[in-house]
Each structure stands twice: as C-alpha cells, then as structure tokens.
Design a protein around this ligand. Structure first.
Ligand SMILES: [Zn+2]
Length: 130
C-alpha cells in the first residue's frame, strides 16, 4: 500500500465530511467515509461523493458506509430516491472495472470471494487470470 493513500482518504473524509451520517456514531473508528475500500478506488469514491453532494434531492441524507463487497463497491445511505439510486448504481458498476489496489483497469476475479484487480495484481492475490 503506497504511503500517500492515507492522506487521500483523509482529504476525502474532510472534503465530504458533511455527508457522513451523524446519527451513526462509532467511537471505535475515526471519522472516515472510505474504510473498507482499497486505495485504487479512492478516486472513484471521491467522485461518487461529489456526485451525491451535487444531487438535487428534496431531503437531507447521509452516507453510513462505503465498502468493497465481493469486488463491487457497496454504498449505504440513510435516505434514498431514484436520483441517488442512479448515482450509486453508476459508481458501483464502474467499481467492477477498476483495480481496487492501484486504480488501473481491472475486473472481478475469483475463485471464492471476488476482488476487482488488474492483471498485475491478480497473481499476488492468488486469483486466477480469466
Ligand atoms: Zn492493480
């Protein structure tokens, strides 16, 4: 993991802090919107949060969690409508084309629990090249 990952995650957390759902406080972990997401997906998450921020929705909502589930981005909000659904779907679909480690083009790889990886990261993680 490169040494500049944590500063970018911190930057995302600060930039989008107002989107963090305040009514799900977890004293066990620091304020962050990107836990459970590999460094290769941080840019995707940053863009997702920007899109959510700019969404024209008639209610306040927050992000309760963002994680990697079986090689696909999984996003939890405390409010939903079709606009937010479309934005989240778009970035979740994109996540299956981006290596979660390095951000280069990738695809979900098995066997077992899938990880979305580029060719260079496949062998290192014991996944099969398709
Ligand atoms: Zn990679």
């Amino acid at each position: 993991m490169s040494s500049n990952v944590t500063p970018y995650a911190d930057l995302i957390a600060r930039r989008h802090r107002h989107l963090a759902a305040s009514h799900y406080p977890d004293p066990e972990r620091p304020p962050s919107l990107t836990f459970g997401v590999g460094p290769g997906w941080l840019r995707l998450v940053d863009e997702l949060l920007t899109a959510l921020d700019e969404a024209d929705v008639p209610f306040a909502f927050g992000v309760t969690d963002i994680r990697d589930k079986n090689g696909r981005l999984e996003v939890f909000l405390d409010g939903w409508n079709d606009v937010l659904d479309d934005i989240v779907d778009h970035y979740c679909d994109l996540s299956e084309t981006v290596c979660a480690i390095c951000g280069e083009p990738g695809k979900p790889r098995g066997p077992g629990w899938r990880e979305t990886l580029c060719v260079a990261h496949v062998r290192r993680h014991g996944k099969l090249t398709p």
